[in-house]
Design a protein around this ligand. Structure first.
Ligand SMILES: *[C@@H]1O[C@H](CO)[C@@H](O)[C@H](O)[C@H]1NC(C)=O
Ligand SMILES: *[C@@H]1O[C@H](CO)[C@@H](O)[C@H](O)[C@H]1NC(C)=O
Ligand SMILES: *[C@@H]1O[C@H](CO)[C@@H](O)[C@H](O)[C@H]1NC(C)=O
Ligand SMILES: *[C@@H]1O[C@H](CO)[C@@H](O)[C@H](O)[C@H]1NC(C)=O
Ligand SMILES: *[C@@H]1O[C@H](CO)[C@@H](O)[C@H](O)[C@H]1NC(C)=O
Length: 328
């Protein structure tokens, strides 16, 4: 629920109190969030939002925003991996599962009871599966991509356009900030520091996926094995997800991956901001009695007036009584 509220991020950015993403050209910025269980996309759209569920009209600082937002349950990176594994399961009942989304040489034993315990895949349980399956990584970007594509359903759309699973999405608009797992995974691949092109990122993912597990482990001793082993899958998944949202090699430049905002963790700041938003008014704060223009006008008027007085005084000062008269 808290994650759903991440659209505050870009609204706050347009407020005079915060300036979160120094690179952004415009006032508002969309938000992309990826967790373990779900993922969210939110942005201001000028298009007609055809599905009411995805439309939020929002007032902040006296300005109206037409916001598109959707939260995809089960499409966080952990549940997406389960979806992918559950899909693979239907292709055979071999105890060993060759999986292109893990590094070559990596093995993991997965309890099927645990795999199907998630409501995201529980209805896909097939009858004749063993208690545990052994996953063996083969580390192939292209084959992994083919598998990941299968967890998205593109067969139906009752709107003019959809991202996936029949969910309406207008054309992407503006710049985007991508945080949480979007950032962690891209940061691991070292493609967040300076702008790397989409092709450059794909190359990095391809290189990482094909790297032998022993080598991956040697290079990143401090990262827990479970996380380390899933970077290949997560990265391929992220590229697929962003592709379905509509990002291509040119709009890719509009995404900024960030984990920190003005020196603090995006997650922490986000919580802090969400708390703050309860206090942020929908209308403009009571404005000062004069606008900037009015203020300048009044100052000019008084300056001219003062000059006039001084001039008059100086003219009369030549007659010696002026000052004395003024004082009396
Ligand atoms: C089934 O497992 C055996 C050995 O465990 C392996 O050689 C074979 O390639 C596997 N077949 C499939 C389709 O994964
Ligand atoms: C997985 O289970 C097999 C026995 O079924 C065992 O030989 C192997 O060491 C286990 N692998 C891991 C990574 O625990
Ligand atoms: C895709 O969704 C449609 C409609 O919900 C469903 O009939 C179809 O079986 C789904 N396809 C897959 C591959 O899940
Ligand atoms: C990327 O998509 C935008 C629309 O979102 C389109 O205008 C642009 O031509 C596309 N660029 C490429 C290189 O396909
Ligand atoms: C919001 O901030 C107040 C004061 O800083 C704090 O007492 C409260 O626990 C916070 N609420 C949440 C939900 O974090």
């Amino acid at each position: 629920m808290l994650r759903f509220l991440t659209f505050f991020l870009f609204l706050l950015q347009s407020s005079p109190w915060f300036n979160l993403m120094p690179n952004s050209k415009e006032g508002t910025s969309g938000a992309l969030d990826l967790g373990g269980a779900s993922t969210q996309i939110t942005f201001v759209s000028d298009d007609n939002i055809e599905s009411q569920d995805n439309s939020i009209r929002f007032r902040l600082y006296g300005k109206s925003y037409n916001v598109y937002t959707h939260s995809f349950l089960c499409y966080g990176k952990d549940q997406a991996l389960r979806l992918q594994l559950a899909n693979s399961m239907t292709h055979g009942q071999n105890i060993t599962l060759l999986d292109p989304c893990f590094n070559p040489g990596y093995t993991r034993n997965v309890s099927t009871a645990d795999l199907y315990s998630s409501p995201c895949v529980s209805d896909r349980r097939i009858l004749t599966i063993p208690q545990t399956i052994q996953i063996k990584g083969t580390g192939n970007y292209q084959l992994c991509k083919d598998k990941v594509e299968n967890i998205f359903n593109l067969s139906h759309c009752s709107y003019s356009r959809c991202s996936f699973n029949g969910i309406f999405q207008p054309m992407l608009q503006g710049e985007f900030g991508a945080f949480s797992a979007f950032y962690f995974v891209m940061d691991f691949l070292k493609v967040t520091k300076e702008k790397v092109s989409l092709d450059g990122v794909k190359d990095s993912v391809e290189r990482h996926c094909s790297k032998p597990w022993a080598e991956v482990k040697r290079e990143a001793v401090r990262i827990k094995e479970k996380y380390l082993s899933e970077y290949c899958f997560s990265a391929v998944y992220i590229l697929n997800l962003l592709d379905l949202y509509g990002f291509n090699s040119s709009s890719w430049e509009d995404i900024t991956f960030f984990g920190k905002i003005q020196g603090s963790d995006a997650g922490w700041t986000l919580g802090y901001m969400l708390n703050l938003t309860n206090m942020i008014p929908a209308e403009l704060p009571p404005s000062p009695p004069l606008s900037h223009g009015g203020y300048v006008g009044v100052m000019v008027f008084f300056s001219v007036f003062l000059l006039f007085i001084l001039l008059t005084c100086w003219l009369t000062f030549r007659k010696p009584k002026c000052l004395q008269k003024g004082i009396i």
